[in-house]
Design a protein around this ligand. Structure first.
Ligand SMILES: *[C@@H]1O[C@H](CO)[C@@H](O)[C@H](O)[C@H]1NC(C)=O
Ligand SMILES: *[C@@H]1O[C@H](CO)[C@@H](O)[C@H](O)[C@H]1NC(C)=O
Ligand SMILES: *[C@@H]1O[C@H](CO)[C@@H](O)[C@H](O)[C@H]1NC(C)=O
Ligand SMILES: *[C@@H]1O[C@H](CO)[C@@H](O)[C@H](O)[C@H]1NC(C)=O
Ligand SMILES: [Zn+2]
Length: 315
C-alpha cells in the first residue's frame, strides 16, 4: 500500500512538473501592454532585462569603421540544394526554416571562429511601416530575416545560446517592391501548410542564397554584440546587420500576415521593440561615411602626433 502511495505521488509530481514546464515554455507574447508582452518578459526571463539586449536602433553616424570586418563567406549557402528543410509555424510566434543535412558554415567577417547554420526565421508587421526588429537611423522596415548560426565547436544550439559569442546571427531588411520576388515562391508555396500554430511541413530544398541579396560576398554590414530577441534573451549573439535589402511584394508579405498566432488571429507584429543600446559600440565595414566617429579618429591621431613632437622637444 505504502509503495503504491509513493509511486502515485511520484507519478503526480512528474505530471505536475511536465504541466508546469509546458505552461512555463509558453508564457510570452509580442503584445505590448499585456502581462506577458515584451515589456514584461524580464519578469519570467531575467536575461531579457539585461544591458546588452537586441534589437537596437543602429545609428550610422556613430558606427565606427573597422578593418577587422572582412567580407563574410557565404559560399556554403550555395550547396544547400539536396538537403532537408523543415518549415514551421512555431506556436504562432515564429516562422522558421530549420536546416539539416550537409553542414553550412559561415566564415570570415571578423568572426572568432566558424559558425554553423541552424535555422532562419522572419519578423514582420501589420503594415509596411513596421515589422523589422532592428532599426536603421530611427527607421524600421516591413520585414527582417535572421540567419541563426552556432559556434561549430559547441555541442548544440542549447549549449551555444547561453555562451558569450555562442551564436552569430545575420539580419537582412526587406524593402517593398512592386513586383513579386519570384525566388521566394520556392518557400511561400508551402505557407498554406503552416497557417495554424504548431504546424510544420517539409520543403523541397533550394539554394538558400535565393532568399538573400545578390551581393552577399561583398555586402557592407554593421556589427555589435547583443542577445536573442525572444525569451530567454541570452546575451550570446554576435550580430551582423546587412546594408543590402531583400525585395518583397505586398501580396507576398500578406502570406506571412495571413498565418495564425496562438489565438488563431492573424499573426502580425512578431517583433521585439528596440532596446537601449547602453552605449554599446557598433562597428561597420562602411569606410567612407563622413561621420563624427571618423573625425574623432583623425583628431586622435593628430593629438598623438602632437604628444610625440612635444616629447621630442622636451628631451
Ligand atoms: C570561402 O570558404 C570556402 C570554404 O568553405 C573556401 O573554399 C573559399 O575559398 C572561401 N572564399 C573566400 C573568398 O575566401
Ligand atoms: C532528409 O529527410 C529524409 C526523410 O525525412 C531522411 O531520410 C534523410 O536522412 C534526411 N537527410 C538529411 C541529409 O538529413
Ligand atoms: C546539448 O549538448 C549537451 C552537452 O553535450 C547535452 O547535455 C544536451 O542534452 C544537448 N541538448 C540537446 C537539446 O541536444
Ligand atoms: C505574386 O505573389 C502572390 C503570392 O504568392 C500571388 O498570389 C500572385 O499571383 C503573384 N503575382 C504575380 C503577378 O505573379
Ligand atoms: Zn529573429
Amino acid at each position: 500500500m505504502k509503495q503504491f502511495m509513493t509511486s502515485s505521488l511520484l507519478f503526480c509530481l512528474v505530471i505536475i512538473a511536465a504541466m508546469y514546464e509546458k505552461g512555463n515554455s509558453q508564457v510570452w507574447n509580442y503584445r505590448n501592454g499585456e502581462p506577458d508582452g515584451p515589456e514584461k518578459w524580464y519578469v519570467k526571463y531575467p536575461h531579457c532585462g539585461g544591458v546588452m539586449q537586441s534589437p537596437i536602433d543602429i545609428v550610422s553616424s556613430q558606427a565606427i569603421y573597422s578593418p577587422a570586418l572582412t567580407s563574410l563567406n557565404f559560399s556554403d549557402y550555395l550547396m544547400s540544394k539536396g538537403d532537408n528543410f523543415t518549415l514551421s509555424n512555431r506556436g504562432g510566434r515564429m516562422v522558421q526554416l530549420v536546416y539539416s543535412g550537409t553542414p553550412i558554415y559561415l566564415l570570415g567577417g571578423g568572426l572568432p571562429t566558424a559558425y554553423k547554420l541552424v535555422q532562419l526565421h522572419f519578423h514582420w508587421g501589420a503594415n509596411q511601416y513596421l515589422g523589422s526588429e532592428h532599426y536603421m537611423d530611427g527607421k524600421s522596415f516591413p520585414m527582417e530575416v535572421h540567419l541563426v548560426h552556432r559556434q561549430v565547436q559547441l555541442a548544440n544550439f542549447s549549449v551555444a545560446q547561453e555562451l558569450p559569442y555562442g551564436l552569430a546571427v545575420v539580419g537582412f531588411f526587406f524593402q517593398m517592391s512592386e513586383r513579386n520576388n519570384t525566388k521566394y515562391d520556392q518557400l511561400l508555396k508551402y505557407f498554406h501548410n503552416i497557417v495554424k500554430p504548431d504546424t510544420a511541413t517539409e520543403v523541397e530544398s533550394f539554394q538558400l542564397t535565393d532568399l538573400l541579396p545578390a551581393n552577399l560576398d561583398s555586402m557592407d554590414y554593421y556589427r555589435y554584440f547583443g542577445s536573442l530577441t525572444t525569451p530567454p534573451c541570452y546575451e550570446s549573439v554576435i550580430w551582423t546587420v546587412s546594408t543590402s535589402y531583400i525585395p518583397i511584394s505586398e501580396s507576398q508579405i500578406n502570406l506571412f500576415r495571413n498565418l495564425q498566432n496562438e489565438n488563431l488571429n492573424n499573426f502580425v507584429n512578431g517583433y521585439r521593440p528596440i532596446q537601449d543600446s547602453n552605449h554599446r559600440i557598433v562597428t561597420t565595414t562602411l569606410q567612407d561615411y563622413p561621420s563624427s566617429a571618423s573625425l574623432t579618429h583623425i583628431q586622435l591621431h593628430f593629438l598623438l602626433i602632437c604628444v610625440f613632437i612635444v616629447a621630442l622637444y622636451i628631451y
